[in-house]
Design a protein around this ligand. Structure first.
Ligand code: F6P
Length: 333
C-alpha cells in the first residue's frame, strides 16, 4: 500500500513521536509519503517519500516536523480538485491524518470524496469527542502547572492575587486540570458561567487566610456587566489581564496576570503523551493491516480502539459529568 501521513491544525507535543511510530511500523511493508502543511500539502505539492529515520532528530521535541496548517482546503472547489488529483497521482490508498476537532472535519470531508482516512486525535485542548485523551494535552497541562507554581512563589512573597490565563478556546480542560493540580482558589472555564462578585468574594476569603490568592482562567471566557460567560473567539493573551485589572479595582489588592499562551503548546512531550502517541500510532497501523478505514483511533474506558469518523465529527467534548461536579465541589459550593 501507499500511505500518506500528515499533521493538521494547531501543533501539539507528541506529534513527532506519533508520526515516527506509525512510519516505523508501516514501512516494513508499505510505502510512506509525508504530506507537509496538513491537507494543504496536496494543493501546494509538498509531498515526498519519508522514512522513520527522517524523524529521529525531532522525537523529543514539541511541534511537528511535517509542519501544519489551519487552512480549510475543502471549502474551495479548485483546491478539492487539486487534492483529489494529487491523491490519485501519488496512488495513495490511505491517509493517516493527525489533528484536532477542526481537522476531524477535514478528515470527514476527505472520506466523502472516497479518500480513505485514519484519524489520530491530537490537541492540547483535549476537546475531541469520542476519546478521553488527545496527544499534547498532558504536556500542555504540565507546562501550565510549572508556570503557575513559579508564579505562585512570587504571589506569596508579594502577598498579591494572581491570574493565570491558559489556552482552551471552547473547552476548559487545560484550565480545569491546571486549577486542580495547583489548588487554585478560583478556576474559570467556558462551560460554567459565574459572576465577578462571586469570584471576588472567593478570592477575598482565600486572601484573608493565606495572604495571596490564585485564579486560573481558560482563555475562552468573557466578562461583561459582571457576568463571566463563554467566548468562542478570544483575543490571544486578553482575558487574564482584564480579569486582573477588575480584581485589583474591586478588592484593592495588588493583582498580576501571566499568560503563557503558545509556550505551553511548544514544550517537550511528557512521558504520558509519548506513550499515548505510540499507542495511537500502533492502533492506526493495526487499522491499515485490517483494512479498517474512515475511523478515528481512540482511548476510552482504559482501552484503545476505534470510532467511525462520521460518529464523532462536528461534536466538541466539553467539561461535563463528574468533572463538572468536581469543579463545583472545589470552586462553587
Ligand atoms: O490548538 C488549540 C489551540 O491551542 C487553542 O487552545 C487556541 O485557542 C488556539 O489553538 C490558538 O491558535 P493559533 O495557534 O492559531 O493562534
Amino acid at each position: 500500500m501507499r500511505i500518506g501521513i500528515l499533521t493538521s491544525g494547531g501543533d501539539a507535543p507528541g506529534l513527532n513521536i506519533a508520526v515516527y511510530s506509525f512510519i516505523k511500523l508501516a514501512e516494513r511493508k508499505h510505502e510512506l509519503f509525508a504530506v507537509f502543511h496538513g491537507w494543504e500539502g496536496f494543493i501546494d505539492g509538498s509531498i515526498r517519500r519519508i522514512e522513520s529515520t527522517d524523524l529521529l532528530p525531532y522525537l523529543s521535541m514539541g511541534g511537528t516536523a511535517l509542519k501544519t496548517s489551519r487552512r480549510n482546503v475543502f471549502d474551495n472547489e479548485d483546491d478539492v480538485e487539486k487534492l483529489v488529483e494529487a491523491v490519485n497521482n501519488y496512488g495513495l490508498d490511505c491517509i493517516v491524518a493527525i489533528g484536532g476537532d477542526g481537522s476531524l472535519k477535514a478528515s470527514y470531508k476527505a472520506t466523502e470524496l472516497d479518500i480513505k482516512v485514519i484519524h489520530i486525535p491530537k490537541t492540547i485542548d483535549n476537546d475531541v469527542f469520542g476519546t478521553d485523551f488527545t496527544i499534547g494535552f498532558d504536556s500542555a497541562v504540565n507546562a501550565a502547572v510549572n508556570v503557575t507554581e513559579s508564579f505562585k512563589t512570587t504571589l506569596i512573597s508579594h502577598e498579591r492575587i494572581g491570574v493565570v490565563e491558559v489556552m482552551g478556546r471552547e473547552a476548559g480542560w487545560v484550565a480545569l486540570h491546571t486549577g486542580l493540580a495547583t489548588m487554585a482558589d478560583a478556576t474559570l472555564i467556558p462551560e460554567y458561567p459565574l459572576t465577578m462578585d462571586f469570584i471576588v468574594n472567593k478570592l477575598i476569603e482565600a486572601y484573608k487566610i493565606k495572604h495571596y490568592a490564585l485564579v486560573v482562567t481558560a482563555e475562552g471566557i468573557n466578562v461583561s456587566d459582571g457576568i463571566i460567560t463563554a467566548n468562542k473567539h478570544p483575543t490571544p493573551n486578553g482575558i487574564g489581564y482584564r480579569l486582573a485589572e477588575l480584581i485589583e479595582k474591586t478588592t484593592g489588592i495588588e493583582t498580576r496576570a501571566v499568560s503563557p499562551g503558545h509556550s505551553i503548546r511548544g514544550v517537550q512531550p511528557s512521558a504520558f503523551d509519548r506513550v499515548l502517541a505510540v499507542n495511537y500510532a500502533a492502533k492506526a497501523y493495526e487499522a491499515v493491516e485490517n483494512e479498517l478505514c474512515n475511523v478515528m483511533v481512540n482511548y476510552s474506558e482504559s482501552r484503545y480502539g476505534y470510532v467511525p469518523i462520521h460518529e464523532v465529527v462536528g461534536k466538541n467534548k466539553l467539561v461535563s459529568g463528574g468533572w463538572l461536579r468536581l469543579y463545583e465541589d472545589f470552586w462553587v459550593n
